[in-house]
Write a new protein. Structure first.
Length: 97
């Protein structure tokens, strides 16, 4: 099964949607994000989902649930979600920052 986020339809419409946004401030931290930064840049504009795609894949294409997020917040939310799912599994010691 293809993850909805990895389909061409999703990637294309997410990019198009971002270009239509007047306000590219991150929904979570309110920092100004930018479209033309390299992948992985902390302030790169990304599409985040108010309801995680994992939770409701059928809503992945519902733009009413899309928000602009900086790369940092998007990655942090994704990681938190994955951690919740993995809570019962043993994990290697994590590095303290
Ligand atoms: Zn942010």
């Amino acid at each position: 099964m293809t993850h909805p986020r990895h389909t061409n339809a999703y990637i294309t419409s997410a990019a198009a949607w971002l270009k239509t946004q007047q306000d590219l401030r991150c929904h979570w931290c309110h920092k100004q994000t930018h479209l033309n930064l390299r992948v992985g840049h902390p302030l790169k504009a990304t599409v985040d989902h108010l309801i995680e795609v994992d939770t409701a894949p059928e809503l992945a294409m519902n733009q009413g649930l899309w928000v602009v997020a900086c790369w940092t917040c998007n990655a942090a939310r994704g990681a938190r979600h994955v951690n919740n799912k993995r809570r019962r599994q043993p994990r290697p010691p994590s590095r303290r920052w």
